[in-house]
Design a protein around this ligand. Structure first.
Ligand code: BGP
Length: 486
């Protein structure tokens, strides 16, 4: 228990969700199909092997588009926030949340992405949500694109690979700014913009079998370039249309340690960390790092750019830097070492850290390191917009005792406090999955992050009843005391 209070006044204590993981109502209100509506939950796949859910073929999509049920597709169901938002936001209000990070489903406003004007039923849904937030004194932080886009644009254009998608996204963004400007000051363009390499379909609508063989990385970089241009154009429009607005970028912060002090381990680690930061660099400094463009040249990657692209990226940089932080990684030049939960993406095992059931290494000090590193590099306000622990919870007599979750948050909050004491300008924190939701990576319901439990299992059975976990009361107290009681 620490009593020193160093969280600034007005610190945005909050929670985060994403439309495709909570809303459900996939065929309500004129919504079109999105790439997230294709995600299936595969019972027999090892839960640790989460990337296996991300490879989606044209054939699969053609079949899934004809399927009018939500049985196989948990993200079509979400937690039915679409029909429970009043009750859910009241619970967020009761917890004392100062901020809620949420995303807009592009397909509620533009079902195929190509419409000229937005679907007003979709617009109205979000106005209703923002009104409820206002009643509960909760500041919205809105992500325009969180792991989804109209499926029609994926099928027709191979997603963001096609430059035409820039205009569609900017039209969608402007419709959001126009309709929601009375409510929303804080915006983000793309969730975890770097994750296009890990989940090209989910983040950018790229369909593997539509890419020229051997050119996958070039296709992804090309799509990412289009996202950078679109992000800069959306930033421009946001600043013009909402003068008080703040636009941020959002990075998956994958702070990586060398496994040993062997120079080869250190070199590999450095390159990995530079690569991780390079995506935010583009949005903060307004240019590609020279290392990135050199590596393209060496790899034979050619990016098609229009003459004005680099200027647009240079002119419209972000106001603040946001990121998700779940774990640190460890890198080795050797390839014969034990990996974390058998997953090479997660790196080699760090003997000093415990892992969650899904192999995510819990490392609160890594959060402090990330904050110090990013503030030193960017000198912009920082916001942690995702952090939390996926765990299996048990309901006993209507109660959920989750000391593991409290311990996780407590340890991370201590490190945030320590970073602030060292001068880091941290303006907000939104815990991931403030209410239980469908996991992005595994499409499971049982990988729970919330302070609020939702009665639904992996197959979609359950009453959808909301229950407060022990951590609900703990977080409420943290917020009430502005972090002085942890
Ligand atoms: C981030 C995503 C979120 C979220 C979180 C947890 O990468 O932005 O959408 O889901 O990770 O991941 P998972 O749901 O796979 O546990």
């Amino acid at each position: 228990m620490s009593n020193m209070n160093s969280f600034p006044e007005g610190f945005l204590w909050g929670g985060a969700v994403a439309a495709n993981q909570v809303e459900g109502g996939w065929n309500q209100g004129g919504k079109g199909l999105s790439v997230a509506d294709m995600a299936t939950y595969k019972k027999n796949v090892d839960v640790k092997d989460y990337d296996s859910h991300m490879v989606i073929s044209s054939d699969f999509i053609a079949k899934a588009m004809q399927d009018e049920t939500d049985q196989m597709y948990p993200k079509r169901r979400g937690i039915d926030f679409y029909n429970h938002y009043v009750e859910d936001i009241a619970l967020f209000g009761e917890m004392g949340l100062k901020a809620l990070r949420l995303s807009i489903a592009w397909t509620r406003l533009f079902p195929t992405g190509e419409e000229e004007t937005p679907n007003m039923e979709g617009v109205q849904f979000y106005i209703n949500v923002f009104e409820e937030l206002k009643k509960n004194n909760i500041e919205p932080i809105v992500t325009l694109s969180h792991y989804e886009m109209p499926l029609a644009l994926a099928v027709k254009n191979n997603g963001w690979y096609d430059r035409a998608v820039i205009d569609h996204f900017v039209r969608f963004s402007k419709a959001c700014f126009e309709a929601f400007k009375p409510y929303v000051k804080y915006w983000l363009t793309f969730n975890e913009i770097d994750s296009i390499f890990r989940h090209p379909f989910t983040t950018a609508g790229i369909i593997a079998d539509q890419c020229p063989a051997g050119k996958e990385r070039e296709v992804i970089y090309q799509a990412l370039h289009h996202q950078f241009v679109a992000s800069a154009l959306a930033t421009k429009a946001c600043h013009e249309m909402i003068p008080e607005s703040q636009m941020g970028c959002m990075l998956t912060k994958l702070t990586t340690y060398p496994n040993t002090c062997h120079p080869q381990d250190v070199e590999k680690t450095l390159l990995k960390n530079l690569e991780n930061l390079s995506y935010a660099d583009v949005q903060v400094f307004g240019e590609y790092p020279s290392l990135t463009t050199r590596l393209w040249a060496l790899e034979g990657i050619h990016i098609d750019m229009q003459p004005q692209d680099l200027d647009i990226i240079k002119q419209h940089t972000v106001d603040y830097v946001s990121f998700s932080y779940y774990m640190s990684l460890t890198e080795s030049a050797r390839d014969d070492l034990e990996t974390t939960a058998g997953n090479t993406i997660l790196g080699v095992k760090n003997p000093y850290l415990e892992s969650t059931e899904w192999g995510w290494q819990i490392d609160p000090i890594g959060l402090k390191i990330s904050l110090l590193e990013m503030y030193d590099r960017y000198k912009k306000p920082l916001m942690i917009v995702e952090n939390g622990m996926g765990a299996k919870d048990e309901v006993v007599d209507g109660k959920i005792h989750d000391p593991y979750r409290i311990a996780y948050f407590q340890a991370h909050f201590e490190q945030m406090k320590a970073a602030i004491e060292l001068g880091v300008d941290l303006i907000g924190y939104t815990s991931w999955g403030v209410i239980d939701l469908i996991s992005a990576g595994t499409s499971q319901m049982s990988k729970r992050y919330g302070f609020i439990y939702v009665d639904q299992d992996d197959d979609g059975n359950g009453t959808l009843q909301r229950l407060k976990k022990d951590s609900f009361y703990w977080y409420k107290d943290v917020i009430k005391t502005n972090g002085s009681s942890l």
